[in-house]
Structures are given as structure tokens and as C-alpha cells.
Design a protein around this ligand. Structure first.
Ligand SMILES: NC(=O)c1ccc[n+]([C@@H]2O[C@H](COP(=O)([O-])OP(=O)(O)OC[C@H]3O[C@@H](n4cnc5c(N)ncnc54)[C@H](OP(=O)(O)O)[C@@H]3O)[C@@H](O)[C@H]2O)c1
Ligand SMILES: *[C@@H]1O[C@H](CO)[C@@H](O)[C@H](O)[C@H]1NC(C)=O
Ligand SMILES: *[C@@H]1O[C@H](CO)[C@@H](O)[C@H](O)[C@H]1NC(C)=O
Length: 287
């Protein structure tokens, strides 16, 4: 083994142990009765988060566009042990719906302890062909609604010492081909909420912000897109959901799930051309 490899492995171990020792331990009792709003919770990772919060005995509001599906998810939440499970159908591309959803949660739950922003609008997995309108729409759904809801909920979160949880992606740290509009919305989130993290800390705010960087997760929507074009392993949505919840509950500023997304985001900065080569060759492209 070369010296470089040894140093690299040693630093990875040290970093890993440092994270293990310094992360506060998760107490699931802290989520009993917690007032939670999870967006994009009709399916995928958001749905799994709703079920975990439910089994910890939280009071939750779920939201997405499809009311019928939300109703079924809410019923399952109650059967899993949620103290309350309410739903509200909303379109995050609309200018008024983001506020409407936060108002609904504040009114029905009497405040908020967790605002988990997770929804994304569907976006094609293909080369950029100049669809500016789609990108504008996706920015509304994946970005503008996030900042609108966060601002609306902030006073209540201040009062409750609450947490704001942002579900982002490795594609918010590292661009990859075929997802130009999506990766832009995630970079925007990381930039905005990274700035807000500084400001809240400078103001000695009661609110914590957690920015979650996820790799490929086995939701139906994601699997449908990458089918046959990549061999990158996908991680389970239920485990991703649990990791996001723990990160918020322990007020950590960042999550990397799976863990190697952390290594990838660093490697990309240190070895850009190698990373670029690997990225471009990890997809099949037939012009
Ligand atoms: N899956 C992955 O590989 C992966 C990787 C990295 C990061 N992430 C992040 O993890 C989060 C969840 O991803 P996912 O794979 O679970 O997504 P998903 O399965 O596609 O679910 C998206 C959710 O958003 C809702 N939604 C879509 N358009 C909406 C709109 N206009 N207004 C309101 N709600 C809308 C959908 O419900 P309706 O259709 O009923 O509206 C659904 O509940 C996202 O932030 C994503 O960027 C995922
Ligand atoms: C922070 O929380 C404390 C009590 O938990 C509360 O008294 C104080 O008003 C909160 N700060 C703000 C800015 O709301
Ligand atoms: C809320 O946080 C403030 C500081 O941010 C702290 O002084 C206060 O004790 C906390 N209140 C509760 C109820 O945890």
C-alpha cells in the first residue's frame, strides 16, 4: 500500500470516528407529540418520513398535489401511532399554496417543531434542449416555495426551538449530466439555506437548519429515470428517511447519506478532471 493511500485511509477513519464521537445521540421520545410538517409526502422519501414520525407518536401534516393518495398515507400514519395526521393538497408551483400549507399546519397543530421541506416537481432525465420554461417552473416548485415556507414558519420555529430540514442532493454539490434544471434547483437550495444557517447562528436564533445531501435513493420516480443508464447503487428510501429525521432531531447542520456522498463531494473538488471522467463514463449515452 502506498503512503498516499495509507494517509487517505487514515484520514477517512479519523473523520469517521470524529463524526461518531461528536454527533449527539438521538432520543426518539423527543419526537412524541412533536408538531411536524413534511412536504412531498404522498410518495417516496417524504411518505417514508411521515411513517417514521407517525411511529414516534408525532402530530403530522402531510402535503402534495394528489389528495386521494395523501388521504391513504394519513390513514396509515394514524394506524402507525401518529397523535394527529392531517393532509392538505397543494401545488408548490402556485404563489399562494406554500403559505396556505404553512398556515394550515400552524392552525391545526398550534405551531411547528419541524418543517421538513422535501417535495420536488418531476423533471426529465435528458440532455438540456433549451426548455427554459420548464426550468423556471421547476425553480418555483423546488426552490421558491422552500424559501417562502421557511420564512412563513420561522417565527413559530423560533418560539418552539424548532428545526428546519432541507432535503437536498449530491447534485446540489456536484453537477452531473442530464439533470441541468434539477441540479440548479438543488444548488440554489444549498446556497440559500447555507447563507441562512450563518445568519441564524449570528443572530443566536433558536432555530436549527439541517441540509441533507442524499445520493441515489430507490424511490419509484428515481428508479424509473436511471433505469438502464447507470449502475450507481441505490439506497433504501426508508433508511434515507430515518437518517433525515435523526439529523433534524439532533440539530446537526448537515447529513450525507449514504456516507460516501461526503467523499464524492470532496473528491470532486480535489480531483476535478478524474471525477469528470468518471461521471461522464458512468452513464450510457447513445446520440
Ligand atoms: N430519490 C433519489 O434518488 C434522490 C436523490 C437525492 C435527493 N433526493 C431528494 O429527496 C427528496 C424526495 O425525493 P423522492 O425521490 O422521494 O421524490 P418523489 O418520489 O418524486 O416524490 C416527490 C413528492 O413531491 C410531490 N410533488 C411533486 N410535484 C409537486 C408540486 N408541484 N407541488 C407539491 N408537491 C409536489 C409528489 O406528490 P404529488 O405528485 O402527489 O404532488 C411527491 O409526494 C427530493 O427533495 C429529492 O431531490 C432524492
Ligand atoms: C427562543 O426560545 C426562548 C425559550 O425557549 C424564548 O423565550 C425566546 O423568545 C425565543 N426567541 C425568539 C427570538 O423567539
Ligand atoms: C431554546 O433555545 C434557547 C437558546 O437558543 C435556550 O436558551 C432555551 O432554554 C431553549 N428552550 C427550550 C424550551 O429548550
Amino acid at each position: 500500500m502506498g503512503t498516499f493511500t495509507k494517509i487517505l485511509l487514515a484520514s477517512i477513519c479519523v473523520a469517521f470516528l470524529a463524526v461518531k464521537w461528536t454527533s449527539p445521540s438521538f432520543n426518539k421520545e423527543s419526537l412524541k407529540g412533536a408538531r411536524v410538517l413534511v412536504t412531498g409526502s404522498s410518495t417516496g422519501i417524504g411518505e417514508q418520513m411521515a411513517y417514521h414520525y407517525a411511529s414516534f407518536g408525532a402530530q403530522i401534516v402531510i402535503t402534495a398535489r394528489r389528495e386521494k393518495v395523501l388521504q391513504q398515507v394519513a390513514e396509515k400514519c394514524l394506524s402507525l401511532g401518529a397523535q394527529k395526521a392531517l393532509y392538505i393538497a397543494a401545488d408548490m408551483a402556485s404563489e399562494s399554496d406554500p403559505d396556505k400549507v404553512v398556515d394550515f399546519a400552524l392552525e391545526k397543530l398550534g405551531g411547528l417543531d419541524y418543517l421538513v421541506l422535501n417535495h420536488i416537481g418531476p423533471s426529465p432525465f435528458s440532455m438540456w434542449e433549451g426548455d427554459v420554461e420548464h426550468t423556471r417552473w421547476l425553480m418555483k416548485v423546488n426552490f421558491f416555495s422552500y424559501i417562502q415556507m421557511a420564512w412563513k414558519a420561522l417565527p413559530s420555529l423560533e418560539q418552539s426551538n424548532g428545526s428546519l430540514v432541507i432535503v437536498s442532493s449530491l447534485l446540489g454539490k456536484m453537477p452531473s449530466p442530464f439533470v441541468a434544471p434539477y441540479t440548479s434547483t438543488k444548488f440554489a437550495l444549498n446556497g440559500f439555506f447555507g447563507a441562512l444557517q450563518h445568519e441564524l447562528s449570528m443572530k443566536k436564533s433558536n432555530v436549527s437548519i439541517s441540509i441533507c445531501t442524499l445520493g441515489l435513493i430507490d424511490t419509484e420516480a428515481a428508479m424509473e429515470k436511471v433505469k438502464g443508464v447507470t449502475s450507481v447503487p441505490a439506497y433504501p428510501a426508508t433508511e434515507a428517511a430515518m437518517n433525515i429525521i435523526i439529523t433534524g432531531a439532533t440539530r446537526q447542520s448537515e447529513l450525507f447519506y449514504p456516507w460516501f456522498t461526503y467523499i464524492m463531494s470532496i473528491t470532486k473538488e480535489i480531483f476535478p478532471s478524474i471525477t469528470g471522467y468518471i461521471m461522464q463514463n458512468s452513464y450510457t449515452y447513445n446520440p
